[in-house]
Design a protein around this ligand. Structure first.
Ligand code: UDX
Ligand code: ADP
Length: 466
């Protein structure tokens, strides 16, 4: 089966970049990305490429090349569904914040809405591909909604989890380690659907890197990959606390163990704690699944990865308070970075949010500079916590578009995101304009301690404690 038209529901961090790359590599396929969020679609269609809703290195250039050629962004969801042979579901699946499974299970209401809409408007057979991270066996729920439309249309459901990491999404999409496709190969129609998706990827991915499994293995593989990666970060963060107490240096420990070929060097940077839309959500989801099967030891084992991460964030803010003579009340503290990692404007689950909340509870005054995150986003993140009124948040936390001004007269700087540009600042100048003694806290091993010491900074790295 030759795919000619693809529709992607959800123009977010996954759907947008993924469809852009498919469009570039498959000029013979027309792709339409749809979303219920009108302003997001307008931003994707914006002439000024700096206004795209997502910042991702290399994305703007490819959008410029393919938008209007074979890639379209639209709010006409029904039409895009109806004309497509293949539909990707790329909507968000946040952790449920109500009812059964609250705080643990994935909220599937957006997925279900999509399935119902596909069922309602489809007039011909279609292949539906789940791209969002979903709990194991979601495909069966989607299938049962789609199979009960009563209008004689047949759907094949595939799972094709996304392994791209934000900040490197374009590279990850162009050169994926592997592409995973889960489907039902036991039926002829299932086999045809799997092959149709394989053929899309074969336009640029070598066939040895395309892996097929059953749907459940594919869904669980995504959760497992994220759980393993997050576990590495929590493991190294746990060791960083031991390093602080014993005088060992976590960077040296990371390097030493990373050279063991059985362990490998990636994902061993001690940090303020992992963030992002996937790690915490996917692990909580795994914990919920384990609990629902009565596997309590398995659930506890994975939950500890998240507990450790919360502890690391709290430790970071506690460290700031205790270093500043046990009080930050009325003191200006500057945050360099708000995004959950560099090279993205995404702030979901960013450690900065939690650290800011803790320090505001201690009555600190916070000034934030991030090169890509918008002012509205920062206030939304804080207001969402519900700890303080939005007026109070606005009074206590200010946002500055100039990093030097953000740092002026502050008692301490906390580097919450490892943006490369921070390394090139005129740190002597920054130091000159700070209250003394001035401190800089770094959770990601970013700045060179010796350099900062030369200009008289008292430097704290949560990974080394010195
Ligand atoms: C992750 C997975 O990598 C990706 O495959 C999946 O599809 C989605 O979730 P992402 O959340 O974009 O991607 O970023 P990732 O690079 O994995 O980083 C997650 C968090 O861990 C970030 O906050 C990062 O700063 C932190 N991290 C990462 C560390 O603290 N230390 C490290 O050594 C590596
Ligand atoms: P991700 O990181 O998974 O891509 P995002 O939140 O960035 O998550 O993107 C998900 C997008 O899906 C959002 O822009 C949201 O508006 C969109 N969305 C959610 N539900 C629907 C729906 N039923 N129909 C169309 N778009 C939807």
């Amino acid at each position: 089966m030759n795919i000619k038209r693809i529709c992607c529901i959800g123009a977010g961090y996954v759907g947008g970049p993924t469809m852009t790359v498919i469009a570039q590599k498959c000029p013979h396929i027309k792709l339409t990305v749809v979303d219920i969020n009108e302003s997001r679609i307008a931003a994707w269609n914006s002439k000024d490429l700096n206004k795209l809703p997502i910042f991702e290195p290399g994305l703007d250039k490819i959008v410029e090349e393919v938008r209007g050629r074979n890639l379209f962004f639209s709010t006409d969801i029904d039409e895009a569904i109806n004309e497509a042979d293949m539909i990707f579901i790329s909507v968000n699946t946040p952790t449920k914040n109500y009812g059964k499974g609250k705080g643990m299970a994935s909220d599937l209401k957006y997925i279900e809405l999509c399935a119902r809409q596909i069922a309602k408007v489809s007039r011909q057979n279609k292949i539906v591909v789940e791209k969002s991270t979903l709990p194991v066996r979601t495909a069966s729920a989607i299938k049962s909604i789609l199979d009960n439309t009563g209008n004689g249309v047949h759907f094949q459901i595939l799972s094709n989890p996304e392994f791209l990491a934000e900040g490197t999404a374009i590279q990850d999409l162009l050169k994926p380690d592997r592409v995973l496709i889960g489907g039902d190969a036991s039926t002829k129609e299932g086999e045809v659907a799997i092959q149709a998706l394989i053929d899309v990827y074969l336009n640029w991915v070598p066939k040895e890197q395309i892996l097929t499994t059953n749907v459940w293995s594919s869904e669980l593989s995504k959760l497992t990959a994220n759980a393993f990666l997050a576990q590495r970060v929590s493991s190294i963060n746990a060791m960083s606390e031991i390093c602080e107490k014993t005088g060992a240096d976590i960077r040296e420990v990371s390097k030493a163990i990373g050279m063991d070929s059985r362990i490998g060097s990636k994902f061993l940077n001690a940090s303020v704690g992992f963030g992002g839309s996937c790690f915490q959500k996917d692990i909580l989801n795994l914990v919920y699944i384990a609990k629902s099967y009565g596997l309590n030891e398995v659930a506890d084992y994975w939950e500890q990865v998240v507990i450790m991460n919360e502890h690391q964030k709290k430790r970071f803010s506690d460290n700031i308070v205790s270093t500043l003579y046990n009080t930050v009340s009325g003191k200006k503290i500057t945050f360099l970075g708000w995004a959950f990692k560099k090279n993205t404007n995404d702030t979901r689950e960013s450690a900065a949010i939690r650290v800011a909340d803790d320090l505001l509870n201690e009555r600190a005054e916070i000034s934030v500079y991030d090169p890509k995150v918008t002012e509205e986003r920062i206030y939304e993140d804080l207001n969402y916590l519900g700890t303080r009124s939005s007026i109070e948040n606005k009074r206590l936390l200010t946002i500055n578009k100039d990093p030097y001004r953000a740092c002026k007269n502050s008692h301490a700087i906390a580097i919450l995101t490892e943006w490369d540009e921070f390394k090139n600042y005129d740190w002597k100048n920054i130091y000159k304009n700070m209250e003394k003694p001035a401190f800089v806290f770094d959770g990601r091993g970013l700045l060179n301690k010796e350099e900062l010491e030369i200009i008289g900074f008292i430097y704290y790295n949560i990974g080394t404690g010195n």
